[in-house]
Structures are given as structure tokens and as C-alpha cells.
Design a protein around this ligand. Structure first.
Ligand SMILES: Nc1ncnc2c1ncn2[C@@H]1O[C@H](COP(=O)(O)OP(=O)(O)OP(=O)(O)O)[C@@H](O)[C@H]1O
Ligand SMILES: [Mg+2]
Length: 390
């Protein structure tokens, strides 16, 4: 068969196959763009579980008129210019293809205004070659992206969508996860015209605990053990459900690396191991944020960016394990524990880079390689067996 260059729309639809799995993935990509644009408020409007409408409005920096067409083109990004940028990336986006992918499988319009412009402009892509039309519009500084009739032209994908309620639950679940790590942002979520979440930005720890209670449940927030640990260029912060509290709210198993929500067997193993060491077979809730020097982690390993690869995976595993072990053991030493109280433990574990201490706690496959070939014993679902969609 003769070799041909694919039309732009088809190439984008193929790329969309990896990234745009369901409405929640569209919400993820669009909200991440809003956050990368420095927005402090993001309003998410959903109709019919997102299959009819996904509308994201932000107050970020907006897009210049002359860049609107590029924003909808594949391999066009403002976030990286060279390989060095990618090695130290801190933005959510870097692939330059989310908008192009989404607009190839839905009717997408992008309306935007920058502070320097007097007028707003609206862009949409049409046809096989996805030529972009730009027309004047009314909009304050920031952007609104409307995605209508998701998968209208890819019926096989559309058939995979679940009920509106299920799809909306996936969207809400993703929002919960991002809202805990970006508590500085005001998020609203509306479904079929009804306001479902109004998450105001938090500035104090007390306000953060309220957000944690809203999202992870009261039981988790009330017994939360604070983790705050630093060693060299690694820092782990967040909250664990106290092992002395009844294990409830088990769905809240959230781990972030440099603000990015990830699933990672190595991380999951370290967390599980720490809880197992204090006799917890069921995994209590946790919200943990790892900060690592960006050169030490490769974020370009998964098309939807759900995974990362640590350059020193054993070291990171050991750091997380020891940080959590120290926090948990200090809490247990301080018995009797007053329940319904927030516990705070600052720990500084001694982490060595020698490999000998890893063999007892690391999955075998990690002991010799950074590859993610995990033995069946450790191949359980990330986040404690709960299947998650982003
Ligand atoms: N809400 C927004 N506000 C401001 N600029 C935006 C917004 N959404 C997209 N952009 C601009 O459009 C470009 C393309 O967005 P797109 O999501 O397709 O790619 P990306 O974010 O660069 O990479 P990725 O494909 O990894 O998400 C971005 O690099 C950014 O410059
Ligand atoms: Mg993006």
C-alpha cells in the first residue's frame, strides 16, 4: 500500500485516542491549561456528563489573537522551546497537542483576551485540514474553551461512554484531586445548570483542612496526621489518616509529584509498606505531595502524563518510606492519641544512597532496575486498589 501523509484531522484523532479517553480527560487537559496560564479562578460547566458540553472559563493570561490558530494546531506550545526546557518542566503541558486532539473529536471553540488587547477573539478549527477560523468575540481577560458533542465524529469512542452520572463522577473525582494540590485556586463545578462544587481558595491551614474535609471526608480531616519532611532536594508534605482512626474515606489516596497527580507503583509500594509496618493492612487515606528537583524526574513518559520516572527511584522510594515511617512511629509513640485532633510531626529521616537497605523493602524489580516491571505481588492498582480515571 502506498505511504501517505495523514490529513491533519485524522492525525489528531489518532493522537486523541491516547489522551482523550472520556469527558474527564478533556476537563483535565483544559483545566491544566488554565492553571498553566496563571488562572486563579476556573469555572467548569458540564452538561450531560460532558458528552453534550464541557465549558471551562478562566481568568488566566489569555492568548494573543495571532497565536489562536497555533493554539489549536498540533505540536504548537508556548511551554517548551528546547530539550533542556523539557528536562526541567514545571508546567502541566508540554506536548502541544491537547487542544488539537480535542478539537478533532468534538466541536471546540476557544475564546480569549489578553490584557494588552482591546478585543477578544474566538477560534475554531474546521474540516479535514483543520483550518482555523478567527472571529471577534466578547470576553474579559482570560479564556473560555467550549467543547460540544464530544466524539460526535468518532462513534466507536462515543459508544464507550458510560451514563452521564458515571462520566460526571469521573469529572468530579478528578476535580477533587486537583483541588487538593491547588488549594490556591477558586474552582466551581456546575452540572446541568446546578452548582455542584464551589471550592474557594484557601489561605490558612484551617481553611485547607476544611477543603480536605469537603473532599476527603470529615473523618480523614479530623484525624489527619500532618507530614512535613525534607532531605536534600526532596520534600514530602501532606496528610495521612491517623492509623488510630477507623479507616474510612479510603478513596482518598492521592500522590503528587511537583504538583502533578501521578500513579506510580514505586510510590504506592512505599506508602503501603509504611502503613503495613504499623500493622495497617487496609490503607488509610492520604494526600501526599512530593517536591523534587525537576531534573530528577522525567514527566514525558505517558501520553496523558499519569506517570513519571524518577532518575533515582530507589532513593525516592526510601525517602518516602522513611518519612512516613518516622511520622507514623512518632505518632504512635505519643500514645494515648486524642482522636479528632490534628497531629503534626516534622521529621527528617536519615536517607542514605546506599542500596543495601532497599532490598528488604523494595519490590525485587526495583532493586536492580528503574524499569516498571513489577512482580504480581506489587502489581495491584495504584491508590490502594481503586481504579482511577483522569
Ligand atoms: N486556558 C488557556 N489560557 C492561555 N493559554 C492557553 C490556554 N489553553 C491553551 N493555551 C495555549 O495554547 C497552547 C496549546 O495548548 P495545548 O493544551 O494544546 O498544549 P500544551 O498545554 O502546550 O501541551 P499539552 O498537549 O501537553 O497539554 C498552550 O501551550 C498555551 O500557550
Ligand atoms: Mg495543555
Amino acid at each position: 500500500m502506498a505511504i501517505k501523509i495523514l490529513p491533519a484531522q485524522l492525525a489528531n484523532q489518532i493522537a486523541a485516542g491516547e489522551v482523550v479517553e472520556r469527558p474527564a480527560s478533556v476537563v483535565k487537559e483544559l483545566v491544566e491549561n488554565s492553571l498553566d496560564a496563571g488562572a486563579t479562578r476556573v469555572d467548569i460547566e458540564i452538561d450531560k456528563g460532558g458528552s453534550k458540553l464541557i465549558k471551562i472559563r478562566d481568568n488566566g493570561v489569555g492568548i494573543e489573537k495571532q497565536d489562536l490558530a497555533l493554539a489549536l494546531s498540533r505540536h504548537a506550545t508556548s511551554k517548551v522551546a528546547c530539550l533542556d526546557d523539557l528536562d526541567a518542566i514545571m508546567s502541566f503541558g508540554f506536548r502541544g497537542e491537547a487542544l488539537a486532539s480535542i478539537s478533532s473529536v468534538a466541536r471546540l471553540t476557544l475564546t480569549s483576551k489578553t490584557a494588552q488587547q482591546d478585543e477578544a477573539w474566538q477560534a475554531y478549527a474546521e474540516g479535514n485540514d483543520m483550518a482555523v477560523k478567527v472571529v471577534p468575540a466578547a470576553h474579559p481577560v482570560g479564556s473560555t474553551i467550549e467543547v460540544v458533542d464530544l466524539f460526535f465524529n468518532t462513534p466507536a469512542r462515543r459508544r464507550f461512554l458510560k451514563s452521564d452520572k458515571t462520566e460526571f463522577t469521573h469529572i468530579d473525582e478528578w476535580l477533587k484531586r486537583i483541588a487538593l494540590v491547588r488549594s490556591d485556586i477558586h474552582f466551581t463545578l456546575t452540572h446541568n445548570g446546578k452548582l455542584v462544587r464551589n471550592l474557594r481558595p484557601t489561605t490558612t491551614e484551617a481553611q485547607y483542612m476544611q477543603r480536605l474535609a469537603q473532599i476527603g471526608g470529615k473523618a480523614f480531616a479530623e484525624s489527619a496526621l500532618k507530614v512535613d519532611c525534607q532531605h536534600d532536594e526532596l520534600a514530602l508534605s501532606g496528610y495521612l489518616q491517623s492509623p488510630t482512626a477507623a479507616v474510612v474515606g479510603q478513596d482518598t489516596h492521592y500522590f503528587y509529584v511537583n504538583g502533578r497527580l501521578i500513579r506510580d507503583r514505586l510510590v504506592n509500594h512505599a506508602v503501603k509498606q509504611a502503613f503495613a509496618d504499623v500493622g495497617m493492612t487496609e490503607q488509610p487515606a492520604f494526600v501526599l505531595m512530593l517536591t523534587i528537583e525537576p531534573h530528577q524526574v522525567d514527566v514525558n513518559v505517558h501520553p496523558a502524563k499519569h506517570e513519571v520516572r524518577f532518575h533515582q527511584s530507589r532513593y525516592v522510594h526510601d525517602f518516602i518510606l522513611q518519612a512516613l515511617q518516622s511520622a507514623l512511629s512518632q505518632l504512635l509513640e505519643n500514645e494515648p492519641i486524642e482522636l479528632n485532633q490534628q497531629h503534626s510531626v516534622a521529621v527528617s529521616p536519615q536517607v542514605s544512597e546506599s542500596t543495601s537497605s532497599y532490598s528488604s523493602v523494595m519490590p525485587k524489580s526495583y532493586a536492580s532496575t528503574d524499569e516498571y516491571q513489577v512482580s504480581s505481588r506489587y502489581s495491584d492498582q495504584p491508590f490502594g486498589g481503586h481504579k482511577v480515571y483522569w
